[in-house]
Design a protein around this ligand. Structure first.
Ligand SMILES: Cc1cc2nc3c(=O)[nH]c(=O)nc-3n(C[C@H](O)[C@H](O)[C@H](O)COP(=O)(O)OP(=O)(O)OC[C@H]3O[C@@H](n4cnc5c(N)ncnc54)[C@H](O)[C@@H]3O)c2cc1C
Length: 333
């Protein structure tokens, strides 16, 4: 809701998949953006009718679609996307640009910030406006420090982690006007182009579970599963959660590398993380310590994961997880 702290500020929210639907990270960005100023959504590809309708529900009055000119312009490598955003920032005189914290968006955000001389905050878990300007909270050094940083330039570019807030539509839906902005990428931006793109089948065999990096609930298994991820997957499905794992479970070949959480895997910050048969080694903690609620299931009461757990169950995961799944299904029913 606009108030004296939001007055006069223009916030661009960059949509990840405007040609399909608004995914949860985009809905979360729009929720954050409403508290910062007047929101303009930006799409680097033609939006679907569903996206435009959902933007209206989130109170977005303007969607700016960048039309890329030139033979190679639709290659969509990061320099092209960054130049399109430079044009969007210039046209709208934006004060803040918010992107979701994907690998690609971190690079686009960095290129944009460099091109326009803006301050950049990567992987923020909260964004607000303070006396120093736009402020981002983030967890750093493998979860050992929480820091707050302020952008001191007129424009702030911020990438925001998934699950930073619970997405909520605006109190009143509005009509979203779609405007187009022509952008001709420079020769240097198109000096490397995308030649082909092949989409692989999901590593989880098309389970329909949410993506690990952006899931609100994650159930992770470690060496304590002894290779049987059945109870982990069953609890995940009862909760609507993603499945994660430790590196040891990945190295054993029990799950694929995309499920690895940690310093050399995916960094997550779900609302609830459940770790089963996981000791809580620093390399693993670094990727999950920012979770809002940490639940540990381990048969060793001295396991280090209990040091960071909000709730702990000392027991055999093969007994505990099925009971938890059953209780959740009964509750839902
Ligand atoms: C350079 C480097 C990078 C690394 N990067 C990562 C990374 O990104 N992510 C990562 O996870 N690891 C990483 N590691 C490995 C990390 O250091 C640990 O070895 C690993 O996280 C431990 O995995 P684990 O908890 O599954 O196994 P363990 O440490 O062996 O713990 C297994 C736990 O299961 C419990 N258990 C056993 N049986 C049961 C049961 N029936 N029910 C309940 N509990 C049970 C045990 O009490 C124990 O606590 C990295 C290591 C190095 C050197």
């Amino acid at each position: 809701m606009a108030d004296s702290t939001t007055a006069g500020r223009t916030v661009l929210v960059v949509l990840d998949t405007p040609d399909r639907e608004l995914r949860s990270p985009a809905r979360e960005l729009l929720t954050i953006a409403r508290d910062l100023g007047e929101v303009i959504a930006v799409a680097l590809t033609e939006p679907s009718a569903q996206t435009v309708a959902e933007l209206g529900a989130y109170g977005v009055r303007q969607l700016l679609v960048t039309d890329l000119l030139g033979d190679e312009a639709d290659s969509h490598l990061t320099p092209v996307a960054a130049e399109a955003l430079v044009a969007a920032v210039t046209t709208t005189a934006a004060d803040v640009v918010l992107l979701s914290s994907s690998f690609v968006n971190r690079e686009i955000g960095a290129r944009l910030a460099y091109a326009v001389g803006a301050g950049l905050i990567l992987d923020a878990s909260a964004v607000s406006v303070g006396e120093h300007g736009v402020v981002g909270d983030k967890r750093v050094f493998a979860g050992t420090w929480d820091i707050t940083c302020a952008v001191t330039t007129p424009l702030a570019v911020v990438t925001v982690r998934a699950n930073a807030v619970v997405a909520s539509p605006a109190p009143e839906a509005v009509e979203t006007e779609v405007d187009h902005l022509e952008v001709r990428p420079s020769d240097s931006a198109t000096s490397a182009v995308l030649v082909s793109r092949t989409e692989h089948a999901p590593a989880d065999g098309g389970s329909g579970r949410p993506a690990l990096a952006e899931a609100a609930y994650v159930v992770a298994g470690g060496r304590g599963t002894l290779g049987d991820f059945g109870p982990v997957e069953d609890l995940a499905d009862a909760l609507g959660a993603a499945v994660g794992a430790t590196r040891d479970a990945v190295d054993e070949g029990w799950v694929t590398h995309d499920a690895q959480i940690g310093q050399t895997g995916v960094t997550i910050a779900p609302r609830v993380y459940i770790g089963a048969g996981i000791s809580g080694a620093p390399h693993h903690r670094g990727g999950m310590q920012a979770s809002s609620v940490i639940i540990a299931v381990n048969n060793d009461p001295d396991s280090p994961i209990f040091e960071i757990a909000d709730f702990g169950v000392v027991g055999d995961l093969a007994d505990v997880l099925p009971q938890a799944a059953q209780a959740i299904r009964a509750h839902k029913g």
